[in-house]
Write a protein that binds this ligand. Structure first.
Ligand SMILES: Nc1ncnc2c1ncn2[C@@H]1O[C@H](COP(=O)(O)OP(=O)(O)OP(=O)(O)O)[C@@H](O)[C@H]1O
Length: 551
């Protein structure tokens, strides 16, 4: 331990951002590992053991001491660095056991580097990791902290100011606890957060809708701590006044399977500006959390938080749903809603109606309500018209391509593209197909909607931002066959589409007309009564702080 330690700045190296980056090298003690030669360059930190071969990997009472520690960490994976005063550094992790008298412990100045590792059992899950380096000289530690801090500032994709909404009632009422558990990560990442704990339903919607664009621009994005329904509320509060697009055609605009009138995109002039930098994060605390599962590959508040603080970015398609008539007798009165994951009718609308009465049950309400609705086996008469996209969907004929991080399908075309329901140049080519009958359910999945009940989701090969909706029509069928279909949905690798009564259409827009008296839709888990509606998808309309599913 008395070995002379050196610290030398080896000179300037040109960084891609043209900042001068010093290469530092110094001997440190890495807690739980031993003495290392630590190097810092523009990419990250690297270290190698400097223990002599006899002591390297030495053992204590027959147990190998030097653990298999990683020997580098990239700054892109580091979310914070902190000076940690004077304290104990252990040569081996085993030294935490007081009985291990042979293991060395030293007292020195320390600094901590905060990063993550992928879980061995579930690679999509990110696990917090801290590297503690010790040195007898305080100034050396402080210099390294400053140097690493300077390198982290260069990671310009990272947010600095976030507006956070916490739903204390999410899931089993765990919203506030979930937020408290991840606050230290935001603090270490030096991100300023303005936190609003909601006091009622629609509180977050009202804040988003009433905040001016000028005030919103003080933030790099919005974080929702809650479930899909809560995120939907925030999304609608954001988009309804800012995304001014023409509506999709009404059911009566579709004459002879052609669209009578064309529509064109007309975004709010402020909107494209928001699109380029403003991002949304979701820290899962809800009952389903399908959007988080699809955009990160797991349902873990720590993973989602790390992807927010590290400034990950993935585009997400959004469906715009326009209700023309609420009931058969109501007058024509367009009402717009946005959905990030799913819009469903029949079975899905009935489950949400039942489960809303059972909120006190927490997430179990979906099982209970689902069973009741299944036993009822109600079917509904309706007509659907949808844009035929077979000619342009080259993947439909090929094999299933799952959406993953850096997905080649999601990255093929530019984002913020309107669905092709009627942009004038394509109007003549838009062909609509119709489907009429009695349906057990009608579902439109924007993303795969993977969740714990349906491990592959409703549509295994749906993508986060390919610009398509997956329309799934389940025609009235025998109860046992429907159960079979549902069990396929609940099985990993199941084939829920392989039934005669199931139609699956990849489309960009559809219209719906009910022939019943009451028609309830389920938009991202929220109830929406609609006798007549239309929906269209906007490709990559928003950006999430997420890296895509590592499935
Ligand atoms: N303080 C509050 N009190 C009561 N309800 C609230 C409050 N804040 C938000 N809500 C409402 O709670 C509803 C559901 O929230 P959330 O989506 O977070 O949980 P969940 O329904 O359990 O999960 P999931 O949507 O994933 O199934 C939202 O529609 C939201 O309007």
């Amino acid at each position: 331990m008395e070995r002379e330690q050196s610290c030398s700045a080896l000179g300037g190296q040109s960084h891609p951002n043209h900042h001068q980056t010093l290469i530092l090298k110094s001997i440190f003690f890495l807690d739980g590992y031993g003495e290392v030669l630590l190097t810092s360059n523009s990419d990250g930190l690297f270290w190698e053991s400097v223990d002599s071969p006899e002591t390297d990997g030495s053992d204590c009472l027959g147990i190998k001491l030097a653990p298999e520690a990683p020997a580098e960490v990239n700054f892109s994976d580091v979310y914070g660095v902190e000076f940690d005063n004077f304290g104990v550094i252990r040569k081996s992790k085993l030294a935490v056991a007081p009985s291990c008298i042979l293991c060395d412990e030293y007292e020195m100045y320390r600094f901590k580097v905060y990063s993550f590792q992928r879980s061995k059992s579930q690679p999509a899950q990110w696990v917090l990791t801290t590297f503690t380096f010790g040195h007898k000289d305080q100034q050396t530690c402080q210099m390294w902290v400053n140097q690493i801090d300077a390198s982290l500032v260069l990671q310009d994709e990272r947010p600095k100011n976030l507006l956070v909404f916490v739903n204390p009632r999410s899931g089993k009422g765990i919203g506030s606890r979930t937020w408290e558990a991840v606050v230290p990560i935001f603090l270490r990442a030096k991100i300023n957060t303005k936190v609003i704990v909601t006091e009622r339903a629609n509180h977050a919607f009202d804040v988003m809708a009433s905040t001016s664009n000028k005030d919103l621009k003080m933030y790099d994005g919005i974080v929702a701590v809650g479930g899909d329904g809560f995120f939907n509320e925030i999304l609608n509060g954001f988009l309804l006044s800012r995304h001014l697009a023409h509506y999709p055609p009404t059911p009566s605009d579709i004459i002879d399977c052609r669209q009578a009138e064309g529509n064109s995109t007309d975004h709010d002039s402020e909107f494209p500006a928001f699109h380029t930098w403003f991002r949304f994060g979701i820290i899962p605390a809800g009952s389903t959390d399908a959007i988080v599962m699809c955009s990160t590959g797991c349902r873990d508040p720590i993973t989602s938080t790390l992807q927010i603080v590290l400034g990950k970015r993935v585009h997400l398609d959004i469906a715009q749903v326009v209700r023309w008539k609420k009931t058969p007798t109501s007058k024509f009165d367009p009402c717009v809603r946005y959905a990030a994951s799913f819009a469903g009718y029949g079975f899905y609308g009935d489950v949400i109606t039942e489960s809303e009465k059972l909120r006190w049950m927490g997430p179990r309400r979906y099982d209970y309500a689902g069973t009741r609705v299944f036993l009822r086996h109600s079917s509904y008469e309706a007509e659907i018209a949808y844009v035929d996209t077979k000619s342009e969907d080259t993947n439909a004929k090929g094999k299933r391509v799952l959406c993953r991080s850096n997905c080649s399908i999601c990255n093929t075309r530019p984002h913020l593209q309107h669905s092709h329901t009627g942009s004038s140049s394509r109007q003549d080519e838009t062909r609509w197909l119709k489907s009429k009958g009695r349906f057990l359910s009608i579902g439109a999945a924007v993303i795969s909607c993977r969740n714990e009940k349906a491990p592959d989701g409703l549509v295994a090969d749906a993508h986060l931002s390919d610009g398509f909706l997956h329309l799934i029509l389940i025609r009235d069928c025998h109860h046992a066959l429907y159960l079979w279909h549902l069990t396929q949905l609940a099985r990993k690798g199941g084939n829920p589409m392989d039934f005669k009564f199931v139609e699956h259409h990849k489309t960009t827009a559809f219209t719906f007309t009910s022939f019943g008296d009451q028609s309830v839709w389920n938009l991202d888990g929220e109830l929406f009564e609609a006798h007549q509606l239309s929906a269209q998808v906007f490709r990559g309309l928003i950006t999430l702080f997420a890296s895509g599913p590592e499935v």
